[in-house]
Design a protein around this ligand. Structure first.
Ligand code: BTN
Length: 257
């Protein structure tokens, strides 16, 4: 990651911490947030011992070619709107990837970065809250960049992909990282100034989920219906066969048609 600091020209990433190996960049960023690390602090690692994914899953984090980074943000928002930060990071990462790799990157609700129907990256947002207000948020971004699929755990090879696998050429991670941080910086400014409208519109434009018939596994519940839209807090509006519209906060989606 040499030269990354000189490529960063925005507020987010001015305070940059780079580590060869870490338990999880999100875990470290949460600890730093508790110790008053400033807004925009970014933790990047070459590998993670226990990278964490959504819904308590593990995030495979071998060294040698991927992006594992966590960003500390201190927005003045309510806890219920914290999901919007996840959408923001997904939009920013997708835009940077599209611009630099030329790939058709889509967002699968809520935050999976997809290429050719396979998962290329994901976002894990965690927050510290007091009285229903966000004290700070940590946005964790994991992207498979220059890793070959055989270097990922066997069970993931069918469902995951990487930038190098899709484009057949390696891409400099520093440029991608700097570009994602720049996009996050701009969308964060838009979000603070213009509210959530522009962000939700861009998420909808990049979404591969909306308008599709999907199966949703949410906790112990399995639901089936039309993914109609997302609401102002990023929850999925699922139209059930009965006509009832259900708001889904979290879960896993499979497109049926
Ligand atoms: C998902 O399950 O889709 C979210 C994956 C998020 C992984 C990233 S890698 C950097 C940061 N540190 C972690 O432990 N997880 C996130």
């Amino acid at each position: 990651m040499e030269g990354l600091a000189s490529l960063i020209q925005c507020n987010i990433g001015k305070n940059l911490i780079f580590l060869e190996m870490v338990e999880s960049t999100n875990t470290l960023a949460m600890e730093l947030g508790d110790r008053n690390a400033p807004h925009g602090t970014v933790v990047i690692a070459e590998s993670q011992i226990h990278g964490r994914g959504r819904l308590g899953r593990e995030w495979a984090s071998p060294p040698g070619g991927n992006i594992y980074m966590s960003i500390i943000l201190r927005p003045m928002i309510e806890t219920k709107d914290a999901t919007l930060l996840t959408l923001l990071a997904a939009v920013a990462s997708a835009r940077a990837l599209i611009c630099l790799t030329g790939l058709k990157i889509e967002i699968k609700w809520p935050n999976d970065l997809m290429a050719s129907g396979r998962k290329l990256g994901g976002i894990l947002t965690e927050t510290k809250t007091i009285d229903k207000k966000v004290v700070f948020a940590v946005i964790g971004v994991g992207i498979n960049v220059n890793i070959e699929l055989e270097d990922l755990p066997e069970e993931m090879r069918e469902v995951a992909t990487s930038v190098v696998h899709e484009t057949k050429r390696e891409h400099p991670r520093t440029i991608l990282l700097a570009s994602i941080l720049k996009e996050i910086d701009s969308w964060y400014a838009i979000f603070l100034k213009g509210g959530k409208g522009p962000l939700l519109s861009e998420w909808r434009r990049l979404s591969s989920t909306l308008g599709k018939t999907v199966r949703v596994e949410s906790g112990k519940e399995m639901l089936f219906g039309l993914a109609e839209d997302i609401d102002g807090s990023g929850r999925l509006l699922l139209k059930l066969p009965s006509g009832q519209v259900k708001r889904i906060c979290s879960g896993d989606i499979k497109t049926v048609r």
